[in-house]
Write a protein that binds this ligand. Structure first.
Ligand code: NAP
Length: 237
């Protein structure tokens, strides 16, 4: 198993440095392993940065997605209060099944109001966002004073960066986790940790498979937001 990390991965065979290889733990399937070695590694890095505690009220966006699912599972195991927001009723139901205390469909216009009402006036202490844009902005608006907004990327392709004055006024901290991970993550160590967490059953990755020959269909499904969990391309027999 390797995180290829460069062009050429859409192939039946690829050459990798021996030093980049991990042994797939016993009992973990190829698809789960490939999900963990990339997405799981990012999720673990994000969680290290977030330093969640059982007292946190955590709002996770694209909570039915690859990273979102792992983060929801981790935060629930920790005992934090978890609100998962995802696009559409089916994804919200999937987030509920993961054990989130509240799952909302953020395609509905007043999803933030639903969260606010459910919390009975309490704010969110941590937002873990991977969408940014309008969804990130609305999630940021739900933070309590002293809260933290942590982003891992802009799946919406619409970057959201709160202004300094806004952060000061609200007493909220902004963290670009993606930039921190790109600078300093020890990928080899965290890849091994991600595989071990899945092998131990602590984090259960979700994936959908497509044959490699249908990679374009897989990309179209991802772009249409019709997938949950990660997409794994399987070389045709
Ligand atoms: N996987 C990694 O290793 C990795 C590494 C670095 C950074 N990131 C970043 O982390 C974030 C989440 O990544 P992921 O791998 O877990 O992805 P993912 O959740 O498996 O897929 C992306 C999800 O983003 C949401 N989304 C919102 N607006 C979208 C749009 N305009 N087009 C497509 N999707 C949209 C969709 O969920 P809803 O329908 O629920 O909104 C979609 O399912 C992304 O910003 C990604 O760039 C990921």
């Amino acid at each position: 198993m390797t995180a290829y990390g460069r062009p050429g991965g859409y192939a039946e065979l690829a050459v990798a440095d021996v030093s980049s290889l991990h042994r797939i733990p016993t009992g973990l399937g190829y698809e789960a392993a490939v999900t963990m070695v990339v997405t799981g590694t990012t999720a673990i890095g994000l969680l290290d940065i977030a330093e969640l505690t059982s007292g946190d009220v955590v709002l996770v966006t694209s909570a039915a997605g690859g990273i979102g699912r792992l983060v929801v599972q981790f935060a629930r195991r920790l005992g934090a209060t978890v609100i998962g927001a995802a696009g559409g009723p089916a994804k919200a139901a999937a987030v509920r099944e993961l054990g989130a205390n509240l799952a909302v469909d953020y395609n509905l216009p007043d999803w933030a109001g639903t969260v606010r009402d459910a919390l009975g006036g309490r704010g969110v202490t941590v937002v873990l966002d991977g969408v940014e844009g309008d969804k990130g902005r609305a999630a940021f608006g739900l933070l309590a004073e002293g809260g933290r907004y942590i982003t891992i990327g802009a799946a919406s392709r619409d970057e959201f960066r709160p202004e300094e004055a806004q952060l000061k006024e609200r007493g909220v901290r902004f963290t670009d986790a993606l930039a921190l991970l790109l600078e300093g993550q020890d990928a080899a160590v965290d890849e091994a940790r991600a595989l071990a967490e899945a092998a131990a059953g602590n984090l259960v990755p979700a994936f959908q498979t497509f044959p490699l020959s249908q990679a374009a269909t897989a990309h179209a499904a991802l772009q249409a937001r019709a997938t949950t969990g990660k997409i794994v391309l399987v070389p045709d027999a």
